[in-house]
Design a protein around this ligand. Structure first.
Ligand code: SF4
Length: 377
């Protein structure tokens, strides 16, 4: 099923216009989850409005011609407070879509009114039923689950649609069905599922037995097919790819150039491709930044981002994937941060992350299809 990487035209280098920008209004998070990658989450370093004004100068131009999103992602973005978040959002024009990724613990009626007023789309981080959220804890190391569900209940009370993002660190039999049933009950419209990743300050091993992970994804497809009410991000991507391979159009699925996905940190520094690299430094690669919006317009930074030394090395890695990996057409070469934090450099190819979340995902979807094909098909 996987189209051979070397036959694909696919992407070459970085696009200069992103499809969205990630903004860090504060480094602070009120939780202290065991698997979190963020280095400064105990410190409250806040984004000045001048940073948002500088980003908006480029974003408003892009949004005038195409759909464009700003994703507020911390720390915990709501820890910045409504007044500050409103001040940071004010420079963006009315056509810019705003999204927030939140741990939900601070959501109350006032926040729901804020989301409605600013037409902000909300995605909450929750890992499934109470007993699966043991890693999501407060700074006092108490379970955060009750506060998370209180926040979700407020969203539901206000009739606000929301997405959810779940981290799975134990893809054992039964987990996928439990997870999907839980989110059906929770009422989210879209669900993303991440197998825990080794990145940032999270150095925990993320290697799993291949059959367990493939079985997890196959079970998730089965659960979803029984009641496909939720948009299940990973499974829908996989099915779209499988259909394109069968139609002979798989090469059209990958963008021609990599989306730079700039992350603008609280201080205006810009890291492309992987938000998880923001705040880190390395003797070989420096601080991974491609510039600061306080001194250079964002569109100018992105026009030159391909010359950032580690980015060039990453693009070499993508080309190595293209010529060696049968899953390239589905994956597009994976994420920079996974390579760096697992392999120590950017031009390697396979990582545990891509095995867990690309290769075994596609294998799981195919396993489900094989197990459920009609007799004689
Ligand atoms: S990141 Fe992994 S799955 Fe993706 S193309 Fe490279 S080797 Fe293949």
């Amino acid at each position: 099923m996987a189209a051979r990487g070397r036959s694909l035209g696919g992407m070459r280098g970085l696009a200069t216009v992103p499809s969205y920008v990630v903004m860090q209004p504060t480094t602070l998070c009120n939780l202290d989850c065991a698997y979190c990658y963020l280095p400064f989450r105990a410190a409250d370093r806040q984004m000045p409005v001048a940073v948002a004004e500088a980003v908006a100068a480029s974003v408003n131009q892009w949004a005038a011609t195409d759909r464009f999103s700003v994703v507020w992602h911390g720390g915990e973005p709501l820890a910045a407070g409504r007044e500050r978040l409103a001040a940071l959002m004010a420079p963006f024009g009315p056509e810019v879509e705003h999204h927030v990724q939140t741990n939900a613990t601070l959501i109350d009626d006032a926040w729901c009114e804020f989301f409605a007023e600013h037409q902000m789309r909300v995605s909450v981080s929750v890992d499934g039923p109470r007993e699966r959220n043991g890693e999501r804890v407060t700074r006092a190391h108490r379970p955060a689950y009750d506060r998370i569900v209180r926040g979700v209940a407020a969203l539901r009370r206000h009739g606000l649609p929301f997405s959810a993002l779940a981290v799975v660190n134990d893809p054992s039999p039964g987990r996928a069905t439990e997870l999907y049933d839980y989110f059906l009950e929770l009422g989210c419209e879209v669900l993303g599922v991440n197998i825990e990743e080794t990145e940032g300050v999270n150095t925990r091993d993320n290697a799993h037995e291949a059959p367990a992970v493939t079985g997890f994804w196959a079970e998730l497809v089965a659960a979803w097919r029984r009641n496909p009410r939720i948009h299940l991000r990973e499974v829908e991507w996989s099915l779209r790819y499988a259909a394109a391979v069968l139609d002979g159009t798989a090469d059209d699925l990958l963008p021609r150039r990599l989306d730079p996905i700039p992350t603008v940190a609280y201080d205006g520094s810009v890291v492309v491709l992987s938000p998880e690299l923001a705040g880190f430094t390395d003797p070989r690669y420096g601080d991974f930044t491609s510039g600061s919006v306080l001194t250079t317009p964002l569109h100018t930074i992105l026009a030159g981002a391909g010359r950032t030394p580690w980015v060039g090395e990453f693009i070499d890695g993508v080309e190595a994937c293209r010529s060696s990996c049968p899953y390239f057409g589905f994956c597009g070469g994976g994420h920079a941060a996974n390579r760096y934090f697992e392999l120590g450099r950017f031009d390697g190819t396979e990582t545990e992350h891509c095995r867990n979340s690309k290769i075994r995902l596609l294998e799981g979807v195919l396993e489900h299809a094989r197990d459920h094909q009609s007799p004689g098909a």
